[in-house]
Design a binder for this molecule. Sequence first.
Ligand code: MF3
Ligand code: CO
Length: 245
Amino acid sequence: MAALKTPAEIDQMRAAGRFVAGVLTSLRDLDAHAHRMIDQAGARSVYLGYHPSFGAMPYPGVLCTSVNDAALHGLPSDRVLADGDVLSIDFAAEVDGWVADSALTFQLGTPDPDAQRLIALTDEALAAGIAQARPGNRMGDISAAIGEIGRAAGFGINADFGGHGVGRTMHEEPHVPNVGRRGTGLKLRPGLVIAIEPWFMAGGDGYTVDPDGWTIRTADGSLAAHAEHTVAITADGPVVLTARD
Ligand code: MF3
Ligand code: CO
């Protein structure tokens, strides 16, 4: 027989419920989980303390957690996630002296068709970019594959932030733009390792930066999505080093 709780006991259980919900839902809690996993693996965060000139302070977490209109570099805060939120998590870490960088976006709870379409096409653009990451092609083939999907869908794209080389450090040459022309740019050769990271906005091309210098938001408040993999270009084609399967 299942033990029934009295109304008073159910009241007493509220604190435990709130605690569990909080551990699972605040952005800072997600960051703490990731930090623990980094420590357990003997890995090193490449975000924590990272301080490029645009940041008002060194980066305070090990994850970028960008919600809804935040597209990139959202700081882990006490914000508690809600049903329908669109969350992008971007994570990079160093293991044995080498860095990998990856991001994904998903919607919590009740799916909204417009949000699902934005997320699905961002993933599709990443896959299309990866498919072009082979010897004989040029950087413009990756960029064009990404940009064409975003433009055809009517999404906003801003080229100020894009992908990058990755290896001993997180951000290396070359830049991997999210728009471009086929057949132009750097020749792709075996041994080139790049982070490919399309990010699309449901509205226009404009973005704003929060006073923290980090958080990039859509200028019109529309949703944004971001997807990223670290990809090695080999003689046999692209190898996705951050594949989750
Ligand atoms: N991983 C992001 C990128 O894809 C950059 C994170 S910036 C940091 O390039 F400050 F959070 F580290
Ligand atoms: Co990156």
